[in-house]
Design a protein around this ligand. Structure first.
Ligand SMILES: NC(=O)c1ccc[n+]([C@@H]2O[C@H](COP(=O)([O-])OP(=O)(O)OC[C@H]3O[C@@H](n4cnc5c(N)ncnc54)[C@H](O)[C@@H]3O)[C@@H](O)[C@H]2O)c1
Length: 258
């Protein structure tokens, strides 16, 4: 066991690491020696992500991957194995949200959210999991959400997002159980409100009733910054958490305490 944050020569795939929380997680692993694979759909963000990750001294490979497409996921795994020969850590961070009152939620939007957030996480876990199980070791961290644990107050209406993230938390537990004796651990983080491109437009309007409720309902009375999500991911991915699998911890300024 290596009870440190030492990821030297480890290969880490992070989905949706072109920006936001995923990019900070990628930089966190890069600082501690890992080789980084950014798997996402925003090709225009690849050069910036690559520059920031390489500035931490890491190797970085960006691969266009829509996690909801089985062929893309399979091609990603093949490309990563060709380049690095092994995959040590997978972080399923890609996620999307759309808000509609439940009675008006279009089926295609519901399905799109599930396809990325839950099916995408499943496909990545299945394909990378196979490779890890064959090797007898591997580590998966899923980025769920506190919205998979609790309902957000009105006027925030996001039935598909919350349901998909609750699914991610359950999938984490199911895989943790199935793979616990085969060397693969699976854990999740549940971020609270975090300032990223996903939320920053809304956060820029502090009079928005939803924003007032987010901040007012958080014991720490503020939203998070993406850097605050990194430590727990590194902890889960390291031997420091060697007896932890199937866990989901909220990083939410205390929001889910209430
Ligand atoms: N920002 C928050 O307040 C917050 C709170 C809780 C959970 N989260 C979760 O954290 C994760 C990152 O969110 P963020 O706030 O950084 O958002 P973001 O929009 O900045 O980043 C999401 C990333 O996912 C990628 N992505 C979207 N669809 C994809 C697909 N089909 N295939 C591959 N990649 C795809 C995007 O390209 C982007 O890089 C998401 O899973 C989100 O649900 C965010």
């Amino acid at each position: 066991m290596d009870y440190s944050f030492n990821f030297k020569d480890k290969t880490v795939i992070i989905t949706g690491a072109e920006r936001g929380i995923g990019l900070e997680i990628a930089k966190g692993f890069a600082k501690f020696g890992a080789n980084i694979v950014v798997a996402g759909i925003m090709d225009e963000e690849f050069p910036n992500a690559e520059k920031q990750i390489k500035a931490e001294g890491a190797e970085c490979l960006c691969v266009h991957t829509d996690v909801s497409k089985e062929d893309d996921v399979k091609a990603l795994v093949k490309t990563v194995l060709e380049k690095f020969s092994h995959i040590d850590i997978l972080v399923n961070n890609a996620g999307i949200n759309r808000q509609y009152p439940a009675e008006e939620m279009p089926l295609d939007v519901w399905q799109m959210i599930f396809n990325v957030n839950l099916t995408g996480t499943f496909l990545m876990c299945r394909e990378v999991g196979k490779v890890m199980l064959e090797r007898g070791k591997g580590n998966i961290v899923n980025v769920a959400s506190m919205s998979g644990l609790v309902v957000n107050p009105l006027p925030q209406t996001q039935c598909a997002y919350n349901s998909s993230k609750a699914g991610v938390i359950m999938l984490t537990k199911v895989l943790a159980n199935e793979w616990a004796q085969r060397g693969v651990r699976v854990n999740a983080i549940a971020p609270g409100f975090t300032k990223t491109p996903l939320t920053e437009k809304r956060l820029a309007t502090p009079d928005d009733p939803a924003v007032k409720k987010w901040i007012g309902g958080t014991p720490m009375n503020r939203v998070a910054v993406p850097e605050e999500m990194v430590g727990l991911v590194l902890y889960y991915a390291s031997d420091m958490s060697s007896y932890t699998t199937g866990a989901c911890m909220a990083i939410d300024g205390g929001y889910t305490c209430l």
